[in-house]
Design a protein around this ligand. Sequence first.
Ligand SMILES: Cc1cc2nc3c(=O)[nH]c(=O)nc-3n(C[C@H](O)[C@H](O)[C@H](O)COP(=O)(O)O)c2cc1C
Length: 304
Amino acid sequence: MDMQVAFAGLDLKNPIMTASGTFGYGTEFMPYGKLEELGAIVVKGISLAPRKGNPQPRITETACGMLNAIGLQNIGVEAFLRDKLPQLPWRTTPVIVNLYAQAVEEFAELTDRLATAKGVAGLEVNISCPNVREGGVQFGQDPVLAARVTEAVKKRAGALPVMVKLSPNVTDVTVMARAVADGGADCISCINTLTGMAVDIHSRRPCLANVVGGLSGPAIKPVALRMVHQVVRAVDVPVVGLGGISSAEDVLEFLLVGAHAVQLGTANFVRPDTAFKLVDEVRRLAEEMGISAWEDFRGTLELP
Ligand SMILES: Cc1cc2nc3c(=O)[nH]c(=O)nc-3n(C[C@H](O)[C@H](O)[C@H](O)COP(=O)(O)O)c2cc1C
């Protein structure tokens, strides 16, 4: 089985990528497998300046997923490029940097810095963050702002492919997908976390210091699959699916509805070697099913 997949200027050995914020800077996972064997590594959300993130507690488990309110803690773009990126196998495995900023101009500045950096293969724009200037609206919930961020990043990205990551916290995800596609996105990743909450009846307090957080893991897979299905039909740009994927079957479900590749998030916390194992497991399952190339399988879902 030829596991390769190429889309939006990215050449991946296989369709398994790691999801931002769940795979650290990549280096943390070196003891658990060979990073070179992954399709691509998407690193933690990076901002211009370092960020401390939200107060503790900022992670809590729920019945079939987790809630996090990390608040995009990261070391900032300069330290990432200097200390982390050189340790990654960027010559053989695409390293995609997830961008976090609070204003359009900040996204543009961050893109300028990354577009000229050796070893960055692509950008993933996280639009699930509040736009401080516009009164706390999320870029990911306003199609006009989402298109503006996409245009600003695309204009400065040079040859780097730009992937825009959609938030599920919207009424109609296809409106956002069309907005970022019109803004010039080379591909779309879908979905980020769903806003959720957990409370403790004994202390009578919220489980997270931030009160609300992002729900991820198996609980969100049906929502993610539905949104990928909708987005694939709404736009012509390739889609990367994620949300609750933990098995080879899950990966094939997202490819069946039309995703070109997938990302693995919360599963990395459950077992840190999951992404590495999935590469072999997906190959085995695809071969068992008689699939010889992804083009023969991708998007072949038969609708009633
Ligand atoms: C602890 C944690 C941190 C995250 N940080 C980021 C981030 O920095 N940028 C981003 O775009 N998504 C971030 N996400 C969202 C994930 O990349 C992913 O979209 C989401 O968890 C759904 O996938 P999953 O169910 O496989 O985890 C984070 C998720 C978790 C659980």
